[in-house]
Design a protein around this ligand. Sequence first.
Ligand code: PMP
Length: 386
Amino acid sequence: MTAGAAHLFDVPSGGISLAGGVPDLSPIEMRGLSEQVGRQIRLGGPTILQYSTMETPSDLVEAIEDLAGRESMHPLASNLVPTSGSQLGLVAVCRALVADGEYIATEELTYPGALSAFAWCGARVAPVPMDEEGLVPEALVETVTRVRASGGRLDVLYTVPTFHNPTGRTQGTGRRQRLLEACEALDVHVIEDNPYGMLSFTGRELPALKSMSPAGVTYLGTFSKVFVPGLRCGWIDPAAQYHERIRGAVETATLSPSPIAQAIIAGHHRRCGWDRAIARFREIYAGKAMTLSEALVASGLDRDRWSWREPDGGFYLWLTDATGVDASGLAEAARRAGIALVPGARFGGTGAARAGLRLSFSGASESELHVAADRLCAVISGAGTV
Ligand code: PMP
């Protein structure tokens, strides 16, 4: 994250942060987890504190399969590449697939960590317009055609198809199909980043893009949002033709994954499975999404000007201003009033896409969400036509 972004995520003391995509870890049973850590060290001895290898241990493969199967994916153990979280996965995949100066297509608003990773790898971003169902396949075709016609090289698309960061939007099955057909016709490889897919509030389950096109998609998975982010553990299920390159990039960046973190996750999965934690996370985040949405209504926000959809899953509520004014000034005013949130410009938005604010409801308490909505509304009313 750049220094400028860090400033926006800061909140004055006594303030409330709706800025970061921070999980609520209250469902994690700390006593059980600390016993798990002790047990893994007793069982694994020095071996799990040593450097390890890039092979994914079989019990961790089971933990990954248990998640992947829920979105119709069936990864091959030998193809999995372990990461220290999807952020590292993103850097490695970008480094492996996109050369300096080449383009990577992505939603017109996207995860700031992806934008930093692309910039760091020397890739240029080709933003693709979105609608309420996320990235528009026909717009991707236009974007790729335009970049290629002007002599640019664009062979890769990065997308967050489910509970998108920052808009919360989700591509339906038909949209996914059309997107993959377009990518196949254009010979564009897809990087699918899916940290939020398990956090559906409606029970609606969608197949991952990876499940629909194993050779056309490289998948980034993480334990950060279904368990804990602090263990820094995730995986890549690359398209087989890119396996060596991507594995090499991850190995160069990290030497090996953390064996103790992997053992803790695998041990936790063996003891508890994922069902209970996922159900609890869904319940908590669905409750918070509804609280924030209702609190915004109750705060008296002008509904002719400000609109949002209550999200169906994930961490984010996307608030847009019909006047199309860049929300950066408003975010700064909100920060001074003790509410941190992130404006569209931080997600690479240009033009009207800057007239949005991302409100992360995941990490704040229910009462903080009420206070935040009231303060935000006061800032907006005071700010007039910022
Ligand atoms: N991708 C997206 C879309 C994210 O929102 C985040 C974290 N907020 C990440 C990747 C990074 O996840 P990890 O903790 O696995 O590095």
